[in-house]
Write a protein of this length. Structure first.
Length: 523
């Protein structure tokens, strides 16, 4: 990087902070901070939903998969996400929106107290927060790894720089700042991605052109959809995992659905995000698929291939733009995660720990939300410094094995609890499926993995915990139904729009001292 590249990067950081300061004027209470007061237009929500699912892991860990295996990086990652969101646009998006518009909650987990019980809510809240700390830590490490390639700054310095800038804008402006910065980041991403795509197309002229390049020996097998550890079982597992994860199971995407004025607009925002996930990653991945022709990775996993190719192909200024594109992905995801976890802590956890928290008013609740956001970002940055330790091994291990493997047991009670067919599953089914799903994750990743010759294949490491949780949640619901009238009323309220005006945009969120008492079902 030279002075021009640094100017682009510093200018980007300045604009992100300025958006946060401007968004501060739109945040008057916790409803504004966590759900944009239910006033976010569907197109902004859709773009924000799309952007909050990316991070620099795409340009490190998944770039390594693309460098090694080719198009399987798209088939087993972004395609399952697009497919899952498309299904969720009908199945989950409208129901999650009704959590805010009908039950007047500000956290995606806040309804679980009445849908199940307090114990279940706390189990899912604590495990979700801890998993997110690890997940976001991996994202910080990914962007710091890229920054070190281009600038020479240390991993810890890169983590500190990106974390502090993100903390400033998302703490000041809440979800409005997240969404508006993600809109700007989306525009930057378009410019950076297209720039890299064109640069690689030009270089392919020496390698047989767009079609002839696939016949080169360096790309042998790169056109196969399922190769290596990413086989059929892995794909099927990810289709289920991403259905839950990207429709609210990891919390931050649920907020985008909650932020729209109506369930119908939440559905439209999900469809927009699904289309973007189906089309745009092809543009981003193509240079990575071609990278073995153009660069030789210095790392065994190929995670530095995209960064090396960027350095080689782009002039200064455009290099800075692509680096900004890396930052835009990571900061979008990490800021949205921070906002979601702050919502879970201040709305679901703190009131259980402290009587004082139950009496928070608008001002004190907003202060607590901002403090929690900073604390979460600080903890995730601390974890980021340990991502390359023997516990986590590397970035892609954390993202694929830890996050995908642990997400199912946490998300299944939350997501399926919204649907009428699973109304019989109560707190017993939720807690057992959660607990034994986590146990299954530990078993297949450690004791069984060590005992099996060659270890347990990755596809089973991520699929077994999800399968265990899903099967137990359904079977226990039938064996021990707990569909009380109160729980049925909650399910009915999120499954119908007949709310007598309760779904108006900007519905107030009650203070933590108030109880959410469900009204009788009308249908």
């Amino acid at each position: 990087m030279n002075g021009l590249d640094w100017a682009v990067l510093i200018g980007y950081f300045a604009v992100m902070v300025a958006i946060g300061v401007w968004s501060h004027k739109r945040v008057d209470n916790v409803s504004d901070f966590f759900t944009a007061g239910g006033k976010m237009p569907w197109w902004l929500s859709g773009i924000s939903h799309h952007m909050s699912g990316y991070s620099a892991v795409m340009f490190t860990g998944y770039a390594g998969i693309a460098y090694t295996y080719g198009v399987t990086s798209f088939v087993t990652w972004s395609f399952p996400i697009a497919f899952g969101i498309a299904i969720g646009s009908k199945l989950f998006a409208p129901r999650i929106n009704r959590l805010r518009s009908r039950l007047h909650v500000a956290s995606p987990l806040e309804y679980l107290k009445n849908r199940y019980d307090l114990k279940t809510q706390q189990a899912l809240a604590w495990s979700g927060m801890l998993l997110k700390i690890v997940d976001v830590g991996a994202k910080w490490a990914a962007i710091a790894t890229l920054l070190s390639v281009f600038t020479g700054v240390s991993l810890n310095q890169g983590i500190l720089i990106t974390g502090v800038v993100t903390a400033i804008y998302c703490t000041i402006g809440g979800l409005w700042a997240d969404a508006l910065t993600e809109l700007g980041q989306f525009i930057i991403q378009l410019l950076a991605g297209l720039t890299m795509f064109v640069a690689v197309l030009i270089e392919l002229g020496d390698h047989g052109g767009f079609f002839g390049a696939w016949d080169q020996p360096e790309l042998q097998g790169h056109g196969e959809p399922l190769v290596g550890p990413y086989g059929t079982v892995f794909l099927l597992a990810f289709l289920f995992i991403k259905l839950f994860e990207y429709n609210g199971g990891m919390l931050n995407q649920a907020q985008r659905y909650m932020a729209t004025p109506t369930p119908r607009e939440a559905e439209r925002s999900a469809r927009l995000s699904a289309v973007l996930w189906l089309v745009w990653p092809v543009i981003l991945f193509f240079p990575m698929w071609m990278s073995p022709l153009l660069v030789e990775s210095q790392k065994t996993d190929g995670s530095d291939a995209y960064a090396l190719m960027t350095e080689q192909l782009l002039p200064h200024g455009l290099l800075g733009l692509v680096i900004v594109g890396f930052f835009s992905h990571t900061m979008a995801m990490c800021s949205s995660d921070a906002n979601a976890i702050a919502a879970v802590f201040t709305r679901d956890v703190a009131p259980v720990l402290s009587a004082r928290a139950r009496a928070w008013g608008e001002r004190s609740g907003l202060i607590a939300a901002r403090v929690t956001t900073v604390v979460f970002l600080g903890l995730s940055m601390a974890v980021a410094t340990q991502v390359d330790s023997p516990t986590f091994k590397d970035i892609i291990t954390v993202v694929i094995k830890w996050v995908a493997g642990l997400m199912g047991p946490i998300a299944i009670p939350m997501m399926l609890g919204l649907l009428r067919p699973f109304r019989r599953s109560g707190p017993t089914a939720a807690l057992i499926s959660w607990g034994l799903g986590l146990l299954a994750f530990w078993l297949v990743n450690y004791p069984i993995h060590w005992a099996v010759d060659g270890g347990v294949p990755l596809e089973y490491q991520v699929s077994v915990p999800l399968a265990v949780s899903l099967i137990l949640y359904v079977l226990i619901g039938f064996a021990k139904p707990e569909d009380t009238p109160e729980r049925l009323a909650i399910i009915d309220r999120v499954n119908t729009d007949d709310d007598g005006g309760a779904g108006a945009a900007g519905a107030a969120v009650p203070s933590r001292g108030e109880e959410h008492v469900p009204a009788p079902a009308r249908d």
